[in-house]
Design a protein around this ligand. Structure first.
Ligand code: FE2
Length: 249
């Protein structure tokens, strides 16, 4: 049975995103942040929660420039049911070619706060992305596992902050979405996408709230360039993103 087409949460139609993912292994788009009283207040609450992230104590750097929170969910496609998992350590795959310095290591990050973890906005985002990604699959996934990372990277004029100190990598999931939530005095921090042979195929700087990169993590590699202040007289640069991984259980 043909499913009803769902309303895209992006400026582009879901068809355009799917075509780009199918052809290139990525799509660049922007969330449609429709102004309305309830949406505006939830978005503001969402955005401000990046001020309450905790230091990434696993970062191998002289100064802490990365802050984060994490939560994991199950998503059952048939029922459209999203369920938060009990808080757990975060562990990345040891699959070859993934290139993660923390592969196999359990990292304990602070949990998402309840208002964000249970908020309507996160739920809509996850469900819409899963519906979009599902349309790329020959065989539907009935049980997804979803990882949600709130991440802030700071950069100063004396110390740029690297969002991806591991360099060019994959993360070992089926799909990835990276959404810019907010930025301040930001230069750098561009997203780079590489094909399976690690040839650069796209560079895009996410600058507007809602700017989004969708990746087929099996087909393309990615990294982000260092973050530094646009104007050093204005203090540090901030780059706030939510990165969400989507995988089959
Ligand atoms: Fe990554």
């Amino acid at each position: 049975m043909e499913l009803e087409p769902f309303k895209s949460i992006y400026r582009q139609s879901s068809g355009q995103c799917i075509d780009s993912l199918r052809e290139f292994g990525y799509a660049i788009t922007r969330l449609e942040l429709e102004p309305s009283a309830s949406f505006d207040s939830e978005w503001r609450q969402f955005k401000e929660s990046w001020n309450k992230l905790e230091a990434d104590r696993y970062l191998k750097a002289a100064t802490t420039y990365r802050f984060r929170r994490y939560a994991a969910y199950d998503y059952f496609s048939l029922a459209g049911n999203l369920r938060q998992k009990p808080h757990q350590g975060f562990r990345q795959t040891t699959t070859e070619g993934v290139n993660n310095p923390y592969a196999g290591q359990e990292r304990i990050f602070a949990p998402l706060t309840d208002d964000i973890a249970n908020g309507q906005w996160l739920r809509i985002l996850i469900q819409a992305n899963i519906e979009l990604f599902s349309r790329l699959l020959a065989n539907p996934i009935s049980h997804w596992t979803v990882g949600v990372h709130q991440i802030r990277v700071l950069g100063t004029s004396s110390a740029a902050g690297s969002p991806t100190p591991e360099g060019i990598h994959r993360d070992g999931y089926r799909f990835l979405a990276s959404h810019l939530v907010n930025s301040s005095n930001l230069a750098g921090g561009a997203s780079r996408i590489y094909d399976g042979g690690r040839k650069l195929i796209k560079e895009v700087a996410l600058r507007q709230p809602g700017d989004t990169v969708l990746l087929d993590d099996r087909r393309v590699y990615h990294e982000a360039t260092p973050v530094y202040p646009l104007n050093s007289n204005l203090g540090k640069a901030e780059r706030d993103v939510i990165v969400i991984s989507y995988d089959e259980v």
